[in-house]
Design a protein around this ligand. Structure first.
Ligand code: PNS
Length: 164
């Protein structure tokens, strides 16, 4: 059984993440999306809210699950019996950071491989940060998120932030 982990913040899940999930789901027997907090980032959504949005986006896949975790990605891989880590690459700016992470992870356990999946060319400028900024400033995010549930969660949160 070839099990892969797709770790990330998913704050929120984007159409770019979704296309990476679709590719990974076709390449591996089972894909576990692991939602965690990157210590260097501030989040708009709680991990539970992010999980809700990811779960709403993966309903059509029979071999994909999602859960939250904390600690090292490699420990999560071991817990899930996964031998692969999936990361999406949008453009050259992503590469140096992603390579650094892949090297650190390989040092921790050389048996677990990082697999980079290039995003669709149409998604190269899509990011969670851009979606949040657009939503806050009243732009249309419909094409940038995988489904209406994600859009509604973002718009609800943006409204709450605006009311504060
Ligand atoms: O969506 P992001 O924020 O780009 O995801 C980065 C993330 C969370 C996958 C990365 O920061 C991570 O794996 N953090 C867990 C801690 C860890 O395992 N660190 C060692 C790898 S450098």
């Amino acid at each position: 059984m070839r099990i892969a982990i797709y770790p990330g913040s998913f704050d929120p899940i984007t159409v770019g993440h979704f296309n990476v999930i679709r590719s990974a789901a076709s390449l591996f027997d089972f894909l576990v999306i692991g939602i965690l907090d990157n210590l260097n980032k501030k989040y708009m959504f709680t991990k539970t809210e992010r999980l809700h949005m990811v779960k709403a986006s993966i309903k059509s896949f029979s071999n994909v699950s999602a859960e939250v975790f904390s600690g090292l990605t490699m420990d999560f891989c071991k817990k899930k019996g996964a031998n692969f880590i999936i990361r999406g690459i949008r453009h050259s700016i992503d590469i140096s950071f992603e390579m650094q992470m892949a090297h650190v992870n390989k040092k921790i356990d050389p048996k677990i491989e990082t697999i980079f999946i290039p995003t669709d060319s149409t998604d190269f400028c899509v990011s969670s940060s851009l979606i949040k900024e657009l939503a806050i400033l009243g732009g249309d995010i419909s094409e940038l998120v995988p489904n209406i549930t994600v859009k509604e969660c973002i718009m609800k949160k943006v409204k709450k932030v605006g009311e504060k």
